[in-house]
Design a protein around this ligand. Structure first.
Ligand code: PLP
Length: 433
């Protein structure tokens, strides 16, 4: 598998380099040079394959012989370890639950697959790989769980002391083994600045093999295409009118859906659903892309004002507005509408949908007003208990926290406290690794 940079198609690298580096030096994004088609016979027989078998076939087609089959099989077996079930709201509206992993959000798929690939590519290296991540709460949990006990890889997670929720903190600090949590007396931006400075420090990079678990790493995108096939498989009856509705922030999920379609999955249409951070719906409507600072909403994992994967979407469509808007429709909703959406799904379907999924529900409803003969699948990107305060406030009832999270409450926190000071962080790293 060869990838190029969206900023310079002549800059080509192997999958190994793209995964270990994360970002090209020109600040573009890595894109597969070629997106191959799956065989017709496989696409027609999805029903006969397990989720892992589908993931294997899709990744084998995309990655090619670059990773031997038996290794790829193991990577899949270690990363696709929880299901992605489709739940019917009614005949026309379905929910694809992507929250059955350890951190209760779809990011678990990407984090686990990336961990496995990094570990694979690091084999044979003398030195272990040290992943640095700054988190404001959520990404860190998925990365910690994803890399837990991964051979040859250590993870250092920096988080702002006192600024993440109790359960988020427990997700970062209770695993142990190869996961270290560093609690910085500062803000998320301070944590991020410490990570950035470490990558730029050539002296430090001589002693330690550093890498990042950046959200735009291609290794996080690849596994997100698997569940489009897995969802498609679970739809009953006619499948010539299946639309996917994707609550979006950085548009990684949507881009992965476009990959699935390019690989041959007959997806009829995509719906890009956002909160008030509506730069992509606005682009789809007007042809003008105007990034701006993000605004805070209750679907906060989608509070993005300049989506990083927009460059990948443009690359796929050769930057032509006409072809992109033929395949993707955009809608956006404000928080008061999102709250009504959560309530409506509960009252009408007795289903508890989180604020991100609710934005998707509203967008699908809007789309189906004009396209009634479609079957819509909403990506439910997180478990409602992740947003327990807002959810309980909206529904005026208790939200249950899944056992796998609840159990963390009694675990003991282990972290290293540190001032916001680069030289102490560097010294600590050098002593430790
Ligand atoms: C990250 C996230 C999103 C946004 O996904 P993108 O791929 O960045 O568009 C949506 N919902 C939840 C719950 C998330 O954590």
């Amino acid at each position: 598998m060869i990838l190029y940079s969206t900023k310079n198609k002549k800059h080509k690298v192997s999958l190994k380099e793209a995964v270990l580096k994360g970002l090209p030096p020109d600040n573009g994004l890595y894109m597969p040079e070629h997106i191959p088609q799956l065989s017709d016979s496989f696409l027609r027989s999805l029903e006969h394959h397990s989720f892992q078998e589908i993931a294997f076939e899709v990744s084998k087609t995309l990655i090619g012989n670059y990773i031997p089959e038996k290794d790829l099989k193991r990577i899949i077996e270690n990363s696709i370890t929880f299901p992605a079930p489709v739940v019917n709201l009614d005949e026309q509206k379905k929910v694809l639950e992507l929250f059955h992993g350890p951190s209760l959000a779809f990011k678990d798929f990407g984090a686990r697959f990336m961990a496995q690939l990094m570990s694979y590519f690091n084999q044979g290296e003398e030195k272990e790989l040290v992943i640095l991540v700054a988190t404001s709460g959520d990404t860190g949990g998925a990365v910690a769980a994803g890399f837990y006990k991964t051979a040859g890889v250590k993870v250092v997670i920096l988080y702002p002391s006192g600024k993440v929720s109790m359960l988020q903190e427990k997700q970062l600090t209770t695993l142990g083994e190869n996961i270290e949590a560093v609690e910085i007396n500062g803000t998320f931006d301070d944590c991020q600045a410490l990570v950035k400075q470490s990558f730029l420090d050539s002296d430090l990079n001589k002693s330690i093999r550093l890498s990042s678990a950046n959200s735009i790493n291609i290794a996080r995108l690849i596994p997100q295409s698997f569940y489009y096939f897995e969802a498609f498989k679970q739809i009953k009856g006619a499948k010539d009118n299946v639309v996917f509705c994707i609550p979006s922030g950085n548009f990684g999920n949507l881009t992965a859906g476009l990959f699935a379609k390019r690989m041959g999955l007959p997806i009829h249409h995509f719906i890009a659903a956002t909160n008030a951070n509506d730069v992509v719906p606005e682009y789809l409507f007007s042809g003008k892309y105007q990034p701006r600072p993000s605004v805070r909403t209750i679907s906060n994992a989608m509070d993005v004002g300049n989506p990083s994967n927009f460059a990948r979407m443009m690359d796929l469509y050769g930057s032509t507005w006409n072809s992109i808007k033929n395949e993707i429709s955009g809608y956006f909703f404000y928080d008061n509408e999102t709250r009504e959406g959560v309530k409506e799904v509960f009252q009408k379907y007795n289903y508890t949908i989180d604020p991100h999924g609710a934005v998707g529900y509203l967008a699908l409803k809007e789309y189906q007003r004009e396209h009634p003969n479609t079957k819509g699948v909403i990506l439910e990107t997180a478990h409602p208990s992740k947003f327990i305060d807002d959810m309980e406030d909206i529904l005026q009832s208790k939200i249950e926290i899944p056992k796998r999270l609840e159990i963390l409450k009694s675990r003991k926190k282990h972290s290293t406290k540190m001032e916001n000071n680069y030289s102490s962080f560097k010294d600590w790293l050098l002593k430790k690794y």
